[in-house]
Design a protein around this ligand. Structure first.
Ligand SMILES: Nc1ncnc2c1ncn2[C@@H]1O[C@H](COP(=O)(O)OP(=O)(O)OP(=O)(O)O)[C@@H](O)[C@H]1O
Ligand SMILES: [Mg+2]
Length: 367
């Protein structure tokens, strides 16, 4: 076997058990997650990629339609030459189903699980709870990891307002379970009347007036039934929190060279270091390649060109050089923050990456 550079992304792909792509919105996290999956499968690993909200055409290419079956892994074919055992599977995150699975697993009995799952309030909010997507992406990662079926689980992160939400998701769940309003809502009915403060009573009174008493009853019932599995939820949030910091886990931060994205990526890298999450690499996507500089002789020759196609070409070359140079200056600090982790630049390609050959090409560039 050939020696791998200890600081290469290839090593991270070959040795990690969990990879998470994270970063600002629209920079190519989903695309990178899929391309990492291709690279891992080519390296001989049985890999599953959990995508969140992939662009329509990429979803089609990965065999994921909107149908119910997309929550389970589908095999992706034609990913180029793979070492023995290498396979790529993909699925689409379904936050509601993942939540349902979590509830079933944490409930003491089927009846207890059904009480939560059949509650109209649970049904209304399970997919849209604030932060639920982030938490469920990690929960799904945990479910796939413990199944023991995969060498590598790659999880893409939801397009959230702040990439950092992902890191805080497990702690936020624990925080939610400890919140005074939640605590007030989960105690038994009689105690409830005694301890509920004026604000909560007013709130419930208003909801009763507006939405009808049944909703209030359902809400209280929901929180009470949730209390039965609270211990389980807390325990799981802790397990997940530990798993994310494990030595087999790696975060791959993706950014573009745009100032706004770079700022958010810097913030994210700080948080990753601060909270002691393992960093696997920094991918700078959508970067303009630096054109070959012109020699002084060429510059002189081209200086006095008459207007025309050639002069336009030269002008375009100059503009591209200026832009590409500015992008590299923008990236100095974020690349410094990546420390020892590999930094990979992926060029802005002339076409969207929406099919498997496109991912294979990107996988090659990543490694
Ligand atoms: N290197 C590249 N060159 C050209 N197009 C690219 C490149 N990388 C990604 N794209 C395209 O950019 C678009 C956004 O990519 P992607 O969906 O992966 O971003 P994202 O970070 O997951 O977005 P979101 O935050 O919305 O989830 C897609 O259409 C994708 O095909
Ligand atoms: Mg995405």
């Amino acid at each position: 076997m050939n020696e791998l550079d200890p600081h290469s992304l290839q090593r991270v792909i070959e040795e990690s058990e969990l990879l998470l792509t994270c970063g600002p919105g629209g920079v190519g996290k989903t695309t990178t997650a899929a391309a990492l999956g291709v690279a891992a499968a080519q390296a001989g690993r049985r890999t599953v990629v959990v995508t969140v909200d992939p662009a329509r055409r990429l979803a089609d290419a990965l065999g994921l339609d909107d149908g119910a079956a997309s929550d389970e892994p589908h095999r992706v074919d034609d990913i180029g030459s793979t070492a023995e055992g290498g396979e790529l599977w993909a699925l689409m995150l379904d936050a509601e189903k993942t939540f349902d699975r979590l509830v079933r697993e944490q409930s003491g009995s089927r009846k207890q699980a059904e009480t939560v799952l059949n509650n109209p309030v649970y049904q209304a909010i399970s997919g849209s709870l604030s932060g639920a997507q982030e938490y469920m992406a990690i929960e799904r990662l945990h479910q796939l990891h413990v199944s023991g079926e995969w060498d590598l689980v790659i999880v893409d992160t939801p397009p959230s307002r702040h990439a950092i939400d992902l890191l805080e998701a497990p702690d936020r769940l624990v925080g939610f379970l400890g919140h005074p309003v939640y605590r007030a809502l989960t105690v038994g009915q009689r105690t409830f009347a005694k301890i509920t403060d004026a604000a909560t009573s007013m709130f419930l009174w208003a909801v009763k007036r507006l939405a009808g008493p049944q909703i209030v009853e359902d809400t209280l019932e929901f929180f009470r039934s949730l209390a039965n599995i609270e211990g389980g939820l807390r325990h799981r949030a802790k397990q997940v929190s530990v798993l994310l910091r494990g030595e087999d886990t790696a975060f791959v931060v993706v950014t573009s060279p745009r100032a706004e994205a770079v700022g958010e990526a810097e913030h994210l890298l700080d948080a990753i270091a601060d909270k002691k999450f393992p960093l696997g690499g920094l991918v700078v996507n959508l970067i303009h390649p630096l054109p070959e500089p012109l020699s002084d002789a060429d510059e002189r020759l081209l200086a006095d060109l008459d207007p025309g196609p050639l002069a336009d070409q030269v002008e375009w070359h100059r503009e591209l050089s200026t832009l590409a140079t500015a992008e590299r200056e923008e990236l100095v600090e974020v690349e410094r923050l990546a420390g020892d982790a590999p930094v990979i630049e992926l060029p802005l390609l002339p076409v969207d990456i929406h099919d498997v050959p496109g991912l294979v090409d990107l996988a090659e560039r990543l490694t």
